[in-house]
Write a protein that binds this ligand. Structure first.
Ligand SMILES: NC(=O)c1ccc[n+]([C@@H]2O[C@H](COP(=O)([O-])OP(=O)(O)OC[C@H]3O[C@@H](n4cnc5c(N)ncnc54)[C@H](O)[C@@H]3O)[C@@H](O)[C@H]2O)c1
Length: 344
């Protein structure tokens, strides 16, 4: 039961791969939604997830799962390329949809999700877990508190251990050069839009293929202009790190009255410089999967609350569509070498 005695939403999770475990941990911490079914095209994965979640119903066909009348919402954790198809089918079946990033693979697909949500009267949201990570919440709070004035420039980098090894080639052979930018850039671009409180309007990208045998470009650097004039420089970097190099981010935010600087790499520090001088801050870097406010619990909880209370979801679909258009503009810029304006 939710805090005010209303029943939780009954959720079906689709795509029982890597990230589904984090979502499962989230449901364990949330009163507003409970898992009642799951689905994966690979039966063993669906069955294993069902076992771990303590639920009976494991499907291999999401359409079949959608016929369940007792299902209120779906949580789409399947591979990027099927997000839109599943979200639209779920909305048309009268189910609310929480959709892992990226929202979709094209602007047309994103628009079709918005249309399906509008027509069905159901809610949908692209799950951007970074918005609920303690370290980004701390940075956002410092900005919103006016500690650096108005932010005008952000540099963000997300280096990590190489994602791909030759034995994984089957998974990546058919994915194009710009796939990493769409797959993970949606995180970075959404974070920038949130921190800068503005939407992207123009992107200029440069990329590097990384490894000869891999079509996906593993390094992508984008300079993005926002409606309010701010500029963000974002890097997706999956190359040139030794194996097991720690996953971490660096961010440098310049405001009209100060700067914020955060690095996970080596030192895990956050610093603030403004009129009051320079100081190191304790701005939470890590979280545990059993922390009640861990990001996946927060995004599920806040989405479910919006459904139950019939209020706006925390990340409107229109924002995610613009963010998607920004990464697609970056993908086009990777090919042409020219800056690309975003069709708002
Ligand atoms: N928010 C985050 O921090 C975060 C982190 C990792 C991944 N993700 C996103 O989550 C999604 C899944 O990522 P992952 O790392 O778990 O991938 P994964 O490849 O480990 O799992 C995806 C699963 O989807 C299943 N699947 C594919 N098509 C399906 C279909 N039509 N119906 C049902 N199941 C289907 C696959 O069999 C697989 O088990 C991706 O879109 C990714 O972008 C988000």
């Amino acid at each position: 039961m939710t805090g005010d005695g209303r029943p939780p939403l009954r959720a079906g999770l689709i795509g029982c791969g890597g990230i589904s475990g984090n979502h499962l941990a989230g449901y364990r911490l949330v009163d507003q939604a409970e898992l009642v079914a799951c689905c994966d095209v690979i039966a063993e994965k669906a069955e294993d997830f069902a076992r771990r979640a303590g639920i009976e119903a494991a499907y291999t066909d999401y359409q079949e799962m959608l016929t369940r009348e007792d299902l209120d919402m779906v949580d789409i954790c399947a591979v990027d390329e099927v997000h839109a198809e599943i979200a639209i089918a779920a909305l048309q079946a009268g189910k609310h949809a929480l959709i892992e990033k990226p929202l979709a693979m094209s602007a047309e697909e994103g628009q079709a999700i918005i249309a399906a949500a509008r027509e069905s009267g159901c809610k949908a949201m692209c799950a951007q877990s970074l918005r609920w990570q303690p370290k980004w919440r701390a940075i956002k709070q410092l900005i919103d508190d006016g500690r650096i004035g108005r932010p005008v420039y952000v540099r963000f980098s997300g280096p990590s251990t190489p994602f791909w090894t030759p034995d994984q080639i089957d998974a990546y052979r058919d994915r194009p050069a710009e796939w990493l930018l769409i797959h993970n850039g949606m995180h970075a671009f959404d974070l920038m839009a949130w921190l800068l409180d503005s939407l992207p309007v123009r992107v200029h990208a440069r990329s590097h293929p990384g490894q000869e045998w891999l079509p996906v470009h593993e390094y992508v650097s984008c300079v993005t202009r926002f409606e309010n004039g701010a500029i963000a420089h974002t890097e997706q970097n999956r190359i040139m790190q030794p194996p097991r190099y720690p996953l971490g981010n660096e961010i440098y935010v310049v405001g009209t009255q100060g700067t914020l600087d955060k690095t996970d790499r080596l030192t895990y520090t956050t610093s603030l410089y403004n009129d009051d001088g320079f100081r190191l801050l304790d701005a939470g870097s890590t979280y545990g999967l059993d922390d009640p406010d861990m990001p996946f619990a927060c995004e599920i909880r806040e989405f479910a609350r919006a459904v139950i209370d019939d209020t706006e979801v925390p990340i409107p679909l229109e924002t995610s569509l613009r963010v998607l258009k920004a990464v697609l503009a970056g993908a086009e810029s990777m090919k042409t070498g020219e800056a690309v304006a975003i069709d708002a």
